[in-house]
Design a protein. Structure first.
Length: 287
């Protein structure tokens, strides 16, 4: 039996929650799938040290009972907040995207285990560029993004700014296995069909790279996509891609993400992370 799929939207009540809802609903409408709204709560339990010490057993029992009551109150407040958040998010989606079915998922856990719980059902994961803990930082991409992207076998869409209906996209292409996989996944999906596409390679001006770029272009055209292939001579990959995006007013960036190990990343840095940090446009990461 085939498992019904959904677009998993991870919401946390931060300033980017509406953006996450809107892009998840747009994605869902393009693929005719429901949206799964996921809110993860962590209820901090009291630290219950041995309270016997210098106080009597009766006092100790009384304090433990008070701590238990406080834990119960915390749980009720967290649950009430979660219920209000997911219901508001559902109403927001249904008011802006008629016909999109919305499912609600609430879990008490860390984010990654909660996402992995829905692994078999998720067609894509949508997350905000800055979580609640980074809402005042325009350069911090959020502590969970790389962890989720590296663990995910499906695309991860990162967004931050208010929703804008996408009409064009750019695929960052370098001939690597992750870039070729990204092209292959795009070619097999209806998500970006009918939009103006740009397949852009920065540097790598050699015959092998040119052949790889031409093959990827032919694959997308054969699949019915409108594609403009470009090989740029910019010295910096990130700046070259983002300059091209701005000059051509491209709406979405697609990246074959985190092709290097974390150890390699310590020495060479991550193009993926730099692009996410330097753009306010939605980014689709494909591992």
């Amino acid at each position: 039996m085939t498992t019904e799929q959904h677009i998993l939207a991870c919401i946390d009540g931060s300033a980017v929650t509406e953006s996450v809802c809107d892009y998840a609903a747009w994605y869902a409408s393009r693929l005719n799938l429901p949206v799964g709204l996921l809110h993860v709560s962590e209820v901090p339990a009291s630290t219950r040290r041995d309270l016997s010490g210098a106080i009597g057993i009766n006092s100790r029992q009384f304090l433990l009972e008070e701590l238990t009551q406080l834990d119960e109150q915390r749980a009720k407040v967290v649950n009430s907040y979660s219920n209000a958040l997911v219901n508001d998010a559902k109403s927001h989606i249904q008011s802006g995207f008629e016909g999109v079915d919305v499912r609600i998922y609430q879990r008490h856990s860390k984010l990654l285990p909660a996402i992995e719980h829905f692994k078999a059902k998720s067609r894509v994961i949508v997350m905000g560029r800055r979580g609640e803990d980074h809402k005042d930082s325009r350069i911090n991409i959020g502590s969970q993004i790389e962890t989720v992207a590296r663990a995910s076998s499906v695309p991860v869409l990162i967004c931050s700014e208010p929703f804008k209906m996408p009409n064009s996209y750019i695929i960052a292409f370098d001939g690597s296995k992750t870039a070729i996989k990204a092209v292959d996944m795009i070619a097999k999906s209806p998500l970006l069909k009918g939009m103006q596409g740009h397949l852009v390679m920065v540097g790598n001006d050699n015959n092998e790279s040119k052949k790889s770029l031409a093959a990827a272009t032919e694959q997308l055209i054969a699949a019915g996509f409108t594609i403009d292939a470009q090989q740029l001579s910019a010295s910096d990959t990130v700046e070259g891609l983002l300059t091209f995006q701005k000059q051509n007013m491209v709406d979405i960036i697609v990246i074959g993400a985190y092709g290097h190990s974390k150890l390699q990343q310590l020495f060479i840095g991550s193009t993926t992370t730099k692009i996410i940090a330097k753009t306010l446009s939605p980014v689709i990461l494909i591992r």
